[in-house]
Design a protein. Structure first.
Length: 266
């Protein structure tokens, strides 16, 4: 009887801890996705505030997804939230303190005109998903892609974009393009490397040359801003880490701010 009582108490204790964890999770805005994220962060007190702007992150599918982490969730969600802190400090944009996760299979995507995709060189789109993204752009959506490297990942990214926009073309952006001058003048830029390569050759997964590319609509407006062979997400995520050089974090924030303002003004 004593053994049974001890076992019963242990079960009750475990169940109580699980219940507490579940209850705590209900208050976290994106608790249901945290197991897919690389670096989930605590919610700030104003996590549920309604604002004029939200940083939306695309939740897509990839053959590289794993049970406890998905490609879409790289650097999430600490990276997003630290960029938002910078956006709030450096501009007058009324930005929400936490990101919005938007599933590629949901029509909710049409509610969020600014969208960020990471590790996008490994995405895999179905026809309905491609159709939804096509409509997203037709409605004026703006998409930033980051942290993908080498020619294989580039080719796979473009396969997906051709599903979405069959006639699209990705071009290198000129130094005088307006997107580099909306807030900060960034004619002179340099690669923003990931933390894992920042003190080495800065080449990740064989991606040698950094590219700032864009896909435009028929009116010449950039609708997809492309950071290839670099990693702005890491720079935002580790901006508070003394070992990550300030010059790269500063460049990442300036680029991000410029692209947000461009999306609102063009």
């Amino acid at each position: 009887m004593a053994a049974t009582t001890r076992a019963g108490k242990a079960i009750i204790a475990v169940a109580s801890l699980a219940a507490l964890a579940w209850a705590a999770g209900q208050g976290r805005r994106w608790a249901q996705y945290e197991h897919e994220m690389q670096n989930p962060a605590e919610d700030p007190p104003d996590a549920w505030e309604k604002t004029e702007f939200a940083f939306a992150r695309l939740r897509y599918r990839s053959s590289f997804d794993r049970r406890y982490r998905s490609r879409w969730g790289i650097d999430a969600n600490k990276s997003d939230r630290q960029f938002i802190q910078g956006l709030r400090r450096l501009t007058r944009i009324h930005a929400r303190s936490v990101e919005q996760i938007v599933d590629i299979d949901s029509d909710e995507i049409f509610d969020w005109p600014w969208l960020y995709g990471v590790g996008i060189g490994d995405w895999s789109l179905t026809e309905p998903q491609a159709k939804r993204l096509r409509e997203y752009f037709e409605r004026g959506g703006f998409f930033i892609v980051d942290d993908f490297h080498n020619e294989r990942e580039w080719a796979n990214f473009m396969v997906g974009m051709k599903q979405v926009l069959p006639d699209c073309r990705a071009d290198e952006l000129d130094n005088d393009d307006p997107i580099f001058h909306t807030v900060y003048n960034l004619s002179e830029r340099y690669r923003v490397p990931g933390l894992n390569v920042v003190h080495g050759d800065q080449i990740e997964r064989g991606g040698i040359t950094p590219h700032w590319r864009g896909i435009r609509d028929s009116q010449g407006r950039i609708i997809v801003g492309i950071f290839h062979n670099m990693d702005l997400g890491d720079a935002w995520e580790w901006a508070d880490l003394p070992d990550y050089p300030e010059r790269y974090a500063s460049m990442a924030y300036r680029l991000g701010v410029n692209y947000v303002i461009y999306s609102m003004t063009h």
